[in-house]
Design a protein around this ligand. Sequence first.
Ligand SMILES: *[C@@H]1O[C@H](CO)[C@@H](O)[C@H](O)[C@H]1NC(C)=O
Ligand SMILES: *[C@@H]1O[C@H](CO)[C@@H](O)[C@H](O)[C@H]1NC(C)=O
Ligand SMILES: *[C@@H]1O[C@H](CO)[C@@H](O)[C@H](O)[C@H]1NC(C)=O
Ligand SMILES: *[C@@H]1O[C@H](CO)[C@@H](O)[C@H](O)[C@H]1NC(C)=O
Ligand SMILES: *[C@@H]1O[C@H](CO)[C@@H](O)[C@H](O)[C@H]1NC(C)=O
Ligand SMILES: *[C@@H]1O[C@H](CO)[C@@H](O)[C@H](O)[C@H]1NC(C)=O
Ligand SMILES: *[C@@H]1O[C@H](CO)[C@@H](O)[C@H](O)[C@H]1NC(C)=O
Ligand SMILES: *[C@@H]1O[C@H](CO)[C@@H](O)[C@H](O)[C@H]1NC(C)=O
Ligand SMILES: *[C@@H]1O[C@H](CO)[C@@H](O)[C@H](O)[C@H]1NC(C)=O
Length: 427
Amino acid sequence: MQYKSTVLGLLAASSAAYAATATSSANPCSIGSKATATAQTDLDAFASCKTITGNLTVTGELGSAAIANVQKIDGSLIIKNATQLVSFSADSISEITGSLELTDLTILTTASFGSLETVNSINLVTLPAISTFNSKLSSADNIYISDTTLESIDGFSVLSEVNTFNINNNRFLTSIQSSLETVSDALSFQFNGDNTTIVLDNLIWANNITLSDVASASFKNLQSVNASLGFLNNSLESIKLNNLSSVGQTFTISYNEDLTDLELDQLTKVGGGLVVANNTNLVKIDAFKKLQTIGGALNVLGKFGTLDLSSLKSVRGAADVETTSSNFSCSPLKTLQKKGAIQGDKFVCKNGAKSSSKVISSISSEHKAKSTSTSDSASSSASATDSASSASGSSSSSSKSKGLAAANFVESSSIFGVFAAVVAALL
Ligand SMILES: *[C@@H]1O[C@H](CO)[C@@H](O)[C@H](O)[C@H]1NC(C)=O
Ligand SMILES: *[C@@H]1O[C@H](CO)[C@@H](O)[C@H](O)[C@H]1NC(C)=O
Ligand SMILES: *[C@@H]1O[C@H](CO)[C@@H](O)[C@H](O)[C@H]1NC(C)=O
Ligand SMILES: *[C@@H]1O[C@H](CO)[C@@H](O)[C@H](O)[C@H]1NC(C)=O
Ligand SMILES: *[C@@H]1O[C@H](CO)[C@@H](O)[C@H](O)[C@H]1NC(C)=O
Ligand SMILES: *[C@@H]1O[C@H](CO)[C@@H](O)[C@H](O)[C@H]1NC(C)=O
Ligand SMILES: *[C@@H]1O[C@H](CO)[C@@H](O)[C@H](O)[C@H]1NC(C)=O
Ligand SMILES: *[C@@H]1O[C@H](CO)[C@@H](O)[C@H](O)[C@H]1NC(C)=O
Ligand SMILES: *[C@@H]1O[C@H](CO)[C@@H](O)[C@H](O)[C@H]1NC(C)=O
């Protein structure tokens, strides 16, 4: 026995009590506030306990380890820094009232909690050899899985509600499926395998959602996000949230290079800022056609020729809409701004044609040189009709805008930044 000294007496006492009443079903063993097991023999001592009360830590030089017979831990089970541990099982435990933590187990390949249904928190962190983790989890408040070699997270598929669900840096992960319906705090999937597919088709609402490095995501039933929603740097080609009607705070869609299809058929309200930027291939943005109010700033940057904001009535913050395409017209936004619907101080709206003409007359020679070479290469790509219609959005466009225009105007947004103030002043 290698338990910490304070614990030994209590445990021995309860083991003895069990021996005396072997058929009794209620048989809690208290380990005081905590105990540490460093060998299988330490764990064997619990074989007679139905419930363990206290926090149990397993660490040290064990090769494989198991907790048999115990059905409940009234406390936490922490397995950490057991660098020789290859497998762990506790297949009779159905409930852990505190947390289940598996941390820094460098060669652990299998963790089996075949009866585990209820746990407060589950933390799987730095498990660089794990291939299977199984459980029957149906109730957990917090799930945190980071830096593991798990390929799928299906052990959590029957959960219906959690506070947090954070899955990050699991580089072999390809699949996350869950029947989750609500997430009262944060749902976060970031930096996992490049091909990770997420299916959360039962999710109705979440406080906030952040997705990065995701290859596809399905949220068929998602109706509202109370706080923020972010799609940041993913490889997904489509984002379809056709039941989503509101986002309480900031809604960001940025750096999704493969994104071509954005659908938000029911979205009417964004409580914070709306940012759609640096989605290289998103040329048609008609997903916001029902959007009526934006509680923060509107920020749309890219190469889009279409941006439909035809229901928009109010933008509390500033507006900055910039595209390199000459097809886009600023007139509708300018009309909104004139009506006072855009309440922030700053209003910038630019397309390829207009920006070019304004830049040339108003910036330093260093920038002038850059924009001139860009415009040379782009000079043939806009028809007279196209640039005339886009230029009509601005009363001060010079005739030069016809010749410049078009798709590959200035790609560098640092130059965009320099231009912004100038153009705002001219509008
Ligand atoms: C177990 O540890 C947690 C903190 O990690 C503590 O809040 C709790 O009181 C401990 N449980 C017992 C039975 O001591
Ligand atoms: C992990 O365990 C090893 C011995 O197995 C010990 O030397 C080391 O200090 C422990 N690390 C931590 C962070 O507890
Ligand atoms: C989030 O919004 C949903 C739907 O409006 C609501 O039922 C839920 O109580 C909200 N949750 C939080 C944490 O505010
Ligand atoms: C991701 O999927 C694509 C196509 O399905 C495949 O070509 C690529 O090799 C995969 N990448 C990884 C890292 O598995
Ligand atoms: C989640 O939402 C809360 C507001 O309810 C916010 O304070 C918090 O920073 C958000 N977390 C993330 C990761 O976005
Ligand atoms: C919206 O949710 C309903 C169920 O509530 C579902 O039948 C429908 O397919 C969802 N719509 C979309 C566009 O996914
Ligand atoms: C996007 O993710 C890739 C890795 O998948 C990373 O190399 C790159 O720096 C990220 N880009 C941004 C803008 O975060
Ligand atoms: C878009 O990308 C440029 C260049 O990487 C960067 O400077 C800018 O901050 C990005 N904008 C947003 C809103 O992410
Ligand atoms: C601009 O519109 C023309 C004609 O509708 C179309 O062929 C072209 O692809 C569009 N260009 C951009 C960058 O949207």
